[in-house]
Design a protein around this ligand. Structure first.
Ligand code: MTE
Length: 315
């Protein structure tokens, strides 16, 4: 795994070395402990009497030692065009969006088409905590502790047939609940797609929670895809339809601006966006920029899927 550069630390936060070493040990333990939090904790944090945990209080780090962003950052700096193009307006506009009940229909090239109720799905499959970096194509990033399940578990449950090559995902299509879907200027509903091997990769999850609690509507609740080695626009929110298909499906941003937003959209510091470089990024909450890592730092787990493929031509 490639190491990220250490972010600059304000002098007010510089800690004597002995304390720092102890703190690192604590952080590691805390991450592992958090990894074993079960659904009981989800219910605990979902309780209205408790404040949502912040990265400050839980000291969550990812596998590179990068600290999770605060709950406040993650839930108030959002891209969700069905509500607004203004990142800080999404949380307020989404506050009455109902994420329960939530149904997910899996169909197409499968032996067993299914409709899952999200609560049944949570009971049927064990939940997992994954602390991932999210790198937006716009040049900012965050570290987010998700709760969910590997997509592969769900796909195996419906048994894709041998001619299934890709998976297509679709956001809820309901302009009464997602108001900007009423605008004819965009190809709603938001759609995304993965090649079947990408969808089956262990890093790919469907998230229904974060920070050990429920997944807030502004982050894609009821259910949201998370593909951490790809630009954030691949991580489609409010998923209700998952279809197994033979050919590469059309996707929302690729349809709008194919030169700017590829189908694969793997994080790659060497492939600039036509309007800005992708070699560095701004981690929300940090003052200076840091280097962007190939595959967002997940090369060990994903690079083999692209062996022999031209990553520039197939951005
Ligand atoms: N999914 C839907 N349905 N609509 C969107 O506008 N924005 C995408 C992605 N999923 C988007 C979406 C983009 S561009 C990013 S960077 C991430 O969601 C942002 O996720 P976050 O708000 O949880 O940080």
């Amino acid at each position: 795994m490639r190491k990220s550069k250490n972010p600059p630390i304000p002098s007010s936060q510089i800690t004597p070395k002995e304390l720092f070493v102890n703190r690192r040990n604590f952080l590691k333990t805390a991450t592992i402990a958090l990894g074993s939090i079960s659904l009981a904790a989800c219910n605990l944090f979902a309780s209205k009497d408790l404040a949502a945990p912040s990265a400050e209080s839980t000291q969550i780090v990812d596998e590179l030692g990068d600290r999770a962003n605060s709950f406040e950052d993650v839930t108030h700096y959002n891209n969700y065009y069905e509500f607004s193009t203004n990142k800080s307006a999404v949380a307020g506009l989404a506050k009455n969006f109902q994420t329960q009940p939530w149904n997910i229909h899996i169909f197409g090239l499968v032996n067993e088409e299914k409709i899952y109720d999200l609560d049944d799905l949570k009971r049927k499959f064990p939940s997992e905590e994954r602390v991932y970096r999210l790198r937006c194509v716009e040049g900012w990033s965050m570290v987010i502790p998700w709760v969910g399940l590997p997509l592969a578990r769900l796909l195996r449950d419906v048994e894709p047939t041998s001619n299934a090559g890709f998976v297509r995902f679709e956001t809820l299509d309901d302009p009464k609940r997602l108001p900007r879907e009423a605008s004819p200027a965009y190809p709603w509903p938001y759609q995304e797609g993965l090649r079947l091997d990408e969808a089956l990769n262990d890093l790919t999850i469907l998230a229904y929670g974060m920070y050990g609690g429920e997944l807030p509507a502004q982050n894609g609740g009821g259910l949201r895809l998370v593909v951490p080695w790809k630009y954030g626009f691949k991580s489609i929110k409010a998923v209700v339809n998952i279809e197994l298909v033979e050919e590469k499906p059309e996707t929302y941003w690729n349809t709008i601006a194919p030169r700017e937003y590829g189908f694969y959209a793997n994080v790659n510091p060497q492939v600039p966006h036509p309007r800005w470089p992708q070699s560095t990024e701004r981690r929300i909450g940090e003052a200076s920029r840091r280097d962007t890592l190939l595959f967002n730092g997940y090369s060990d787990q994903v690079a083999s899927m692209y062996a022999g493929m031209d990553l520039v031509a197939n951005y």
